[in-house]
Design a protein around this ligand. Structure first.
Ligand code: PMP
Length: 371
């Protein structure tokens, strides 16, 4: 049997061109082709992030968690007040990172499948001493809940509070307009909608965010420090080789290829492809009688579906779907972990209806199969 289709919410199926760009003997980080790909990838990140010229993209070896740590450690110090919009497992992780930095945390909770309202966020921003930063997860992969970052960024901007969005399960698929919305950090990882193997932490920081790093009393760990990395990124963007810590060169080559593919039809078309893929999946789940974990339609992410097990079905369904040739994911949110499963539909697969349909067929047969 051919290899199963990887339809979890990351890592994901990657395009043939990205696979080819990645699969070569490791190039040296000072080689001209790496310098060119690195510089071009940084330029393309600004276009995918819809970020302005004064914003700084960063590409470092690591995962989404590295990017989260980098954002937190460059902005927040001991005693700073921060507001965290909670939508699941990954906002819990962000809260814990901020706690370790000694921040005073004001977390706004929501039931699994729901998200705090912008009004609740505004109320919390206005209560107590001025906050330094607002943190939110664009799409929480544990619940399939998407928050709308635009009003949150606007609330933060109006109060001169920095806004940070975890886009690990969203960037390049869900609409995000960094410059127009006035957001300060948008971070992600290579293995989700960016469409690469795992191994890169990616983020773009606004001028305001970069200034906040300059104002920190205590420097972050060197490997996360924007002041260490910024001259390196500037050098590569100017097509000059540079070194601080060895970049993941195969992945940098693949990043330029992947971002190039994403931008080939324009970023708007990429967003639209994900919206269409999500609609296709929603209709299919409806037909199968599967209900989403997000409690309202506007909370449904384009990048993945989180679906309750129907009555009489449990996590063994995931194994039965695998027997039908498709890998989907079990639950992750600790409060509901055993009661639902998750299907990714982002990146390359979102542009390949036959992969989406093969996934739906496997779920249908998995549901029909005897336990
Ligand atoms: N944030 C979100 C929203 C995620 O989905 C993930 C990974 N699933 C992370 C952060 C952490 O990323 P990583 O596993 O690459 O460290």
């Amino acid at each position: 049997m051919s290899r199963p289709l990887l339809m979890i919410p990351g890592p994901i199926e990657i395009s043939p061109a990205v696979l080819e760009a990645f699969s070569q003997p490791p190039p040296g980080h000072l080689e001209a082709r790496v310098v060119e790909a690195f510089g071009s990838a940084l330029e393309r990140m600004r276009r995918v992030w819809l970020a302005g010229g004064s914003a700084q993209p960063f590409v470092v070896a690591g995962s989404g968690t590295t990017a989260m740590d980098m954002a937190a450690a460059n902005l927040v110090g001991r005693g700073d007040r921060v507001v965290v919009v909670k939508t699941g497992y990954f906002s819990d992780r962000m809260e814990e990172m901020l706690r370790r930095l000694g921040a005073t945390i004001d977390a706004i909770d929501a039931e699994p499948g729901d998200a705090p309202s912008p009004e609740a966020v505004a109320e919390r921003l206005d209560a107590g001493p001025k906050a330094k930063a607002l943190f939110a997860t664009h799409v929480d992969t544990s619940t399939g809940v998407r928050v709308d970052p635009a009003p949150l960024a606007a609330l933060a901007r109006a109060r001169e509070v920095l806004s940070v969005f975890d886009g690990v399960c969203a960037t390049g698929a869900e609409r995000f307009e960094m410059e127009a919305w006035g957001a300060d950090v948008y971070l992600t990882a290579s293995q989700k909608a960016i469409g690469l193997p795992p191994g890169l932490a990616l983020l773009v920081a606004s001028e305001r965010a970069l200034a906040a790093r300059e104002g920190l009393a205590a420097a972050p760990p060197m490997s996360l420090d924007w002041l260490q990395w910024r001259p390196i990124m500037q050098a590569y963007e100017a097509r000059r080789p540079s070194y601080f810590a060895t970049p993941a060169t195969n992945l940098v080559m693949a990043l330029d290829t992947g971002l190039g593919e994403m931008l080939a039809g324009g970023i708007e078309e990429r967003f639209a492809a994900h919206e269409r893929a999500a609609e296709r999946m929603r209709r299919a789940w409806d037909d199968l009688g599967l209900r989403p974990v997000p409690v309202r339609r506007e909370l449904l992410a384009w990048t993945l579906s989180a679906l309750w097990f129907p009555d009489g079905v449990d996590a063994a369904l995931v194994g039965r779907i695998l027997r039908e040739g498709v890998i989907v994911a079990g639950g992750l949110h600790p409060a509901i972990r055993t009661r639902y499963f998750r299907v990714g539909h982002m990146g390359y697969a979102a542009t390949r209806p036959e992969m989406l349909d093969r996934t739906v067929d496997a779920v249908r047969r998995g549901l029909a199969a005897k336990p």
